[in-house]
Design a protein around this ligand. Sequence first.
Ligand code: NAD
Length: 379
Amino acid sequence: MKQLEKTMTIEHDLFQKIAGHEQVIFCNDPATGLQAIIAIHNTTLGPALGGTRMLPYGSVEDALDDVLRLSEGMTYKCAAADLDFGGGKAVIIGDPAKDKSPAMFRAFGQYVESLNGRFYTGTDMGTTMDDFVHAMKETNFINGVPEAFGGSGDSSIPTAQGVMYGLKATNFFLDGTSELAGKTYAIQGLGKVGFKVAEQLLQAGADIYVTDINSNLLLKMERRAAELKGMLKIVGHDAIYSVDADVFVPCALGGILNDSAVDQLQVNAVVGSANNQLHRAEHAEKLRNKGILYAPDYIVNSGGLIQVADELYGPNKARVLVKTKAIYHSLLEVYETADNAYMTTVEAADRKCKKRLKVQRHRSNFFTRGISPKWNIRH
Ligand code: NAD
């Protein structure tokens, strides 16, 4: 009797934990060693979309917590980018350096296929496109596919473009002009996104401070700035927070906007591609109190997601660019709401997403909606 009560309590706790989610699927394939969890948070706006992460999680509980948190984040990201997709994510428990095999990803592809279009996925931390080439033998519900396989290719191009629109919108909100020239930008990270943003800022006639832990990238940037005859100054990893610039552009790690960084910042705004920039939610308030305008990261960095979602209609760079341009107006709307309602820009962005979900939920209840093949021209 005691054992039964204990089991029921554990089950009750588990259902409490996933209460905000529509569906959670545990995938277990001993033959290939696959242990994965797929979480579908919300399909109000359309089929769930989100990458598959592979990490050597310390426990199944850690993996479950991660997939629940990430899939919920995807619901907001899709809503903010005005995409007809919902939030989902998958995690594979294992060490990507040791535990992967083509057979494992084929098995994973079969689980994705079994959801019959409720969940689309692709690469994330610890997984590569090569892995998904194996998964694609079993399912068509894969996106972020390389051009050679009929996909749209490098997603950092639209992501960088989105950051540029975010910078223009921010300048417009602060100064009434979206001009990029005549201002100084402090860029943290010169990777796939940061390098492109730095290049485009120099081409626009702006001055930039840059930092990266990779000295080869700094050298490459120096050469590019000389070619473009742009003003570039390289600074140390910590010095980037305190330079006298107009905008801080984080394009490296998440969690960097902590107490110390916010105290050091001398800029008027923060606009960058890095995911989860705020160390804690209250840092949005701290930035606002300091008079620094914060562009919510999930709006600014949505260019790549826009491309991945768009891929299902067939790759088309021009269409992706048009959709990415919407980041400009989306951000302005968030800034205006925050200003009028005396709230942080993060609260304003969340409010915008919840509103979109509420309107669509009403319509979804009204009509009976299934997942139709129109979602995927590859079918
Ligand atoms: P990347 O790995 O190519 O580049 C990150 C760069 O940051 C690297 O050059 C790295 O050396 C540098 N870096 C790491 N730690 C640093 C530190 N302490 N100080 C300075 N530089 C440091 O990644 P990316 O694709 O350019 O993405 C950059 C950020 O944008 C990441 O947070 C990523 O999650 C986010 N993002 C990227 C995309 C995309 O399409 N690539 C889309 C959405 C969000």
